[in-house]
Design a protein around this ligand. Structure first.
Ligand code: F6P
Length: 551
């Protein structure tokens, strides 16, 4: 099988890159006043404006040729149909089924998973309503005021990020908390503010083996038992897992165990029962709207022509910079405080999916995959890493996310207009930059002597020509949030399809999990110390010298 880089479509792009790499977006805009209309796509409340990119129609045509040569359409169909596209784990990848509201059955291993999904959704609805109506009681008969989600990775980020984003939709009187890292500090902080009698604990873990989650869950369970007795576990602990037996062994009531399925990847699981904390936080109607927003994008991704297909264009642009300009980073700049955690979510979604070095057939890859996703909420990022975006030597494409209407800004445009203008001015600066002549003219107008103006102007040159996509979203509501996340999910899928990698396993993460038990044992002077490398051993000894040897 040929490498991607052997394809004629790849060579055509390489040639195109060579002949266009020095053209500036200023010129592209001067030549075509219509770029904004031509290179933007609107779906419902989301405008995706990608006119500030180093592309012409011809570039897009060549990139689409590459997508076609990589069998994108067949791969897309295979995913939606439930084929086992996660080939190393022999699993289907069906987060899209979780938001598919049609009645059409979808068979996986002889089972209609749509029926399973409906049944689970009904159970979620019942639990959420009984908590909201004060019918669900803790062991001492009191209604629930606090939810604590104990989970990490995809079993944490989805609900946390979305619950924070949708704070304006929060059910009154219910607070949500999240424990993810195994560091005891946040756990102790949390225990200091919750009332054991009125708190519902959710253990979110597909595998029910994740050490951070189980360590936290055990400590919390011991705390609850000490406060309220052992029967409290059955009453106030919920589990979301694919390992029902393990949850039962933990002591969780069968009726409070919600299923996860092997055909849902952790980082794609917010649409499953893992989204329970979100459903509790915003209510089932809003949670359904969140799913509907994602479903709208699934339809768009399935049916829109590739050139009008937002996730496809997002992926192709990323591949253009990544594989031809060797851009390795991608900045995410949400100009909305409520979306500040989206960056962490996209880090897992993108890098855990596409940080791969072999093709589906196991051969090593000779091109870059994945992207270093980073960022900060606007405007904070402007006063931190944006300097590098503007004047650093690296090319780093940026996604600016703007929300036209925020609930809290409805009656006050003073702040919001500044916020939106900040995002727009960054996009303009990234695109236009500042020439030497412009910098010098500015300094002369400020009465600088010529020689000094010439010297300073060199430092003030900003090359511009830096790619920037803008997502202009009408308002931050559940539907639009679901849609935005699904756009990124499908972007990641398209990139993985073109790169010919398995975006749905994460063996790199597994290695650390595998090594940890022996290191932990060695710290306690047990286990197989001889198998540890001298560097690790050196630090274990150092740690033991500081804290003493623990049994
Ligand atoms: O980080 C690796 C990972 O396997 C993620 O894919 C997953 O979201 C996370 O760990 C948590 O796993 P689990 O839900 O099984 O506890």
């Amino acid at each position: 099988m040929h490498q991607l880089t052997d394809l004629p479509e790849w060579h055509a792009l390489t040639q195109h890159y060579e002949s266009t790499k020095n053209s500036h977006m200023r010129t592209l805009f001067a030549q075509n006043q219509n770029r904004f209309q031509q290179f933007s796509i609107e779906i419902n409340d989301i405008l995706f404006d990608y006119c500030r990119n180093r592309v012409t129609e011809h570039t897009l045509d060549l990139l689409i040729d590459l997508a076609n040569a990589s069998h994108l359409l067949a791969k897309r169909e295979a995913m939606f149909a439930g084929n086992a596209i996660n080939c190393t784990e022999k699993r289907a990848v069906l987060h899209t089924a979780l938001r598919d509201s049609t009645k059409q059955p979808l068979m996986v291993n002889g089972q209609d998973i749509k029926a399973l999904i409906r049944c689970t959704k009904d159970r979620i609805r019942q639990l959420v309503e009984s908590v909201h109506h004060g019918e669900f009681k803790g062991i001492t008969g009191k209604a629930i005021t606090d939810i604590v989600n104990i989970g990490i990775g995809g079993s944490y980020l989805g609900p946390m990020v979305c619950e924070e984003a949708l704070k304006d939709y929060a059910h009154p009187g219910l607070r949500c908390h999240y424990l993810s890292t195994v560091d005891k500090v946040p756990l102790l902080d949390l225990l200091a503010v919750i009332n054991p009698e009125t708190t519902l604990f959710i253990i979110s873990s597909k595998t029910f083996t994740t050490i951070e989650t189980l360590t936290n869950a055990k400590t919390i369970a011991d705390w609850l038992i000490a406060k309220l007795g052992p029967a409290a576990i059955e009453k106030q602990f919920v589990a979301i897992t694919a390992a029902t037996q393990k949850a039962l062994q933990f002591g969780i009531n069968q009726d409070l165990i919600f299923p996860m399925w092997e055909w849902i990847g952790g980082r794609y699981s917010v649409w499953s029962a893992i989204g329970l904390p979100l459903a509790l936080a915003i209510g089932v109607e809003h949670y359904q709207a969140f799913l509907n927003g994602a479903e709208m994008i699934d339809q768009h991704f399935k049916t829109a022509p590739l050139k009008q297909n937002i996730p496809v264009i997002m992926a192709l642009l990323s591949i253009w910079y990544h594989n031809f300009y060797y851009a390795q980073g991608h900045a995410i700049a949400p100009y909305a405080h409520r979306l500040r955690h989206l960056i962490a979510y996209l880090q897992q979604a993108d890098m855990e999916s596409n940080g791969k070095a072999v093709r589906l057939n196991g051969e090593p890859i000779n091109y870059l995959t994945s992207t270093i996703i980073f960022g900060q909420e606007g405007c904070n990022g402007q006063h931190a890493y944006h300097q590098l975006l503007h004047q650093g030597k690296q090319l780093i494409p940026t996604d600016v996310i703007l929300i036209a209407k925020m609930a809290q800004s409805a009656n006050d445009h003073q702040h919001h207009d500044v916020l939106i203008s900040s995002g727009l001015s960054q996009a303009q600066a990234l695109m236009q930059g500042k020439t030497y002549q412009e910098a010098k003219d500015e300094l002369i107008a400020m009465n600088y002597p010529l020689q000094e103006a010439e010297y300073l102007a060199q430092h003030r040159v900003i090359p511009g020509n830096k790619p920037c996509n803008i997502f202009f979203i009408k308002e931050l509501n559940p539907h639009n949030l679901g849609a935005l996340i699904a756009l990124y999910e499908h972007k990641i899928f398209v990139q993985g399809a073109i790169w010919d990698i398995n975006s749905f396993d994460q063996w790199g993460v597994e290695l650390g999990k595998q090594l940890l038990p022996n290191i932990l044992a060695a710290m306690h002077n047990k286990g197989d110390k001889a198998s540890l490398d001298s560097a690790t051993l050196g630090l274990i000894n150092h740690y033991q010298q500081i804290i003493g040897t623990r049994e």
